[in-house]
Design a protein around this ligand. Structure first.
Ligand code: SF4
Length: 367
C-alpha cells in the first residue's frame, strides 16, 4: 500500500505560495512522478518549488551530464539546517551529477570580517569534514575557495559589465554606507553559479542550485545575467529548487548564533538532550488533556526532527503522527524517543567525523 503523506496539513504555507506566485516559482510536486527515486525531502514537500527543473530531469533521463552548484559560508558551526543541502547533494551524486562546492571565504571576509586563514579552518573542521562524514564523496566534487579561484573572479568581473548599480541596489538594498566589497560580492556569487558552464569546467549544460526560498534574489539575478551573456558564453539558464527552512527548536528561526534553536553536528549528548527537552511542541498543557485530546504534530519542532532527519521511512513517520494525534503518545515519551534516536545518530556521526578529518585535510591541501 502506498502511504500518502502530507505532514504539513496545508500543502504549502501561505508566505511561500505568495512568493512563488509573485516570482514565478513552479510547484515541485507536479514533477514528482517523473523522478524515479525521489529523495524523501522531495516526497515530503520540503522541497516545494523549482525553476526549470524539467531541464535537469531531462538530462537525468537521457543520462546526460548536468551540474549541481552550492556554497558554504565558513562561519559558525554546522547545524541540522545546513544538513538539508548536503542530503540533496548526496542524492544528486548518486544521480551522477557533477558537483561544485564553493567555500565562500570572500563572503565571510566581506560580510563578517573572517580572515582567509580562519575560513579555511572553519571550512575543514565544521563543514567539509561533516559533509564527508554524512556521505558526500568530496573527491568526486569540485571543491574550491573563492579567494583562490581565478576563473570565478575573472568571470565575476566580466559579468559585472552588464549589471548596473541601480539593479543591485533594488535587489540588495545597498546604501551609501555599503562597502565596495559588499556591493561587488553578489557578482562573485553569480559567477560561482555560472562558472560550471565555462568551457574549462565542462561547457554549457543544465545546472541546478538547491536553495532556501530566501536565496531566490541571487537565483533571479544569475538567470538574468546568464541570459545577457547567452550569445557570448552560451549559458543555459540555471535551474533551482527551493526547500523550506528548518525552523528553530524553540519555535522561532534557527540560528547558529542562538545555540538553543539548533542542533549542531558537534553537540554533546547532554547538549542535544537539553535542547530537545526544551523544544516547542504541539502538545497540550497537561498530560491528562493530551491523552484525551491528542497533540498536533503539524506545530511541533520535535516532529520536524523526525520528518527532516530521523525517519526516512514514511511508515514510521505516519505511526508517530497517529500516536500523537490519538493521544496514545505524549510529548515526554515522544521527546525521549527523539533524544535516543538523535544520540545514536550523532554517536555514529562523531565516529565517522573522526575518521574523515585527516582525509579531508589531505583533500583540501591539494586545492
Ligand atoms: Fe510533538 Fe511528539 Fe508531542 Fe506530538 S507527541 S506534539 S509529535 S512531541
Amino acid at each position: 500500500m502506498t502511504i500518502k503523506l502530507d505532514p504539513w496539513g496545508a500543502a504549502i504555507p501561505e508566505n511561500y505560495s505568495r512568493v512563488m506566485g509573485e516570482f514565478g516559482i513552479s510547484p515541485f510536486e507536479t514533477l514528482l512522478q517523473k523522478i524515479p527515486n525521489p529523495h524523501p525531502l522531495m516526497r515530503r514537500k520540503i522541497i516545494f518549488g523549482h525553476r526549470d527543473f524539467e531541464r535537469i530531469l531531462n538530462a537525468m533521463e537521457k543520462g546526460e551530464n548536468f551540474a549541481v552548484m552550492t556554497g558554504l559560508m565558513p562561519s559558525g558551526k554546522m547545524h541540522l539546517g545546513h544538513k538539508l543541502v548536503i542530503d540533496q547533494l548526496i542524492w544528486y551524486q548518486a544521480q551522477k551529477s557533477d558537483i561544485f562546492l564553493c567555500v565562500a571565504d570572500l563572503e565571510a571576509y566581506s560580510a563578517r570580517g573572517i580572515s582567509f586563514e580562519q575560513s579555511r579552518k572553519f571550512a575543514i573542521e565544521e563543514y567539509l569534514t561533516n559533509y564527508y562524514a554524512l556521505g558526500l564523496d568530496l573527491e568526486r566534487c569540485h571543491v574550491y575557495f573563492q579567494s583562490t579561484n581565478n576563473s570565478v573572479r575573472h568571470l565575476a568581473f566580466l559579468l559585472s559589465k552588464k549589471v548596473n548599480f541601480s539593479e543591485m541596489k533594488a535587489i540588495y538594498g545597498f546604501s551609501g554606507e555599503s562597502s565596495i566589497s559588499q556591493i561587488f560580492y553578489p557578482m562573485i556569487d553569480i559567477a560561482d553559479i555560472l562558472h560550471p558552464q565555462l568551457e574549462e569546467f565542462g561547457g554549457p549544460r543544465p545546472t541546478v542550485i538547491p536553495v532556501g526560498i530566501d536565496q531566490d534574489p541571487h537565483i533571479r539575478l544569475a538567470r538574468d545575467v546568464a541570459a545577457r551573456f547567452k550569445k557570448e558564453l552560451g549559458f543555459i539558464l540555471p535551474s533551482s529548487t527551493y526547500h523550506r527552512l528548518l525552523p528553530g527548536l524553540t519555535g522561532d528561526k534557527m540560528s547558529s548564533s542562538r545555540p538553543e534553536t539548533a542542533i549542531f553536528l558537534t553537540d554533546s549528548d547532554a547538549e542535544l538532550e537539553k535542547k530537545i527537552r526544551n523544544a516547542f511542541t504541539g502538545g497540550l498543557p497537561t498530560a491528562a488533556e493530551q491523552r484525551r485530546l491528542g497533540g498536533d504534530p503539524s506545530k511541533c519542532r520535535v516532529y520536524e526532527l523526525y520528518i527532516y532527519h530521523l525517519m526516512p521511512d514514511d511508515k514510521d513517520l505516519l505511526e508517530v503522527n497517529e500516536l500523537c494525534r490519538s493521544g496514545k503518545m505524549i510529548c515526554g515519551e515522544c521527546k525521549t524517543k527523539a533524544i535516543e534516536m538523535m544520540k545514536s545518530y550523532l554517536k555514529e556521526h562523531r565516529a565517522r567525523y573522526k575518521r574523515a578529518l585527516p582525509k579531508v585535510k589531505k583533500i583540501v591541501e591539494k586545492i
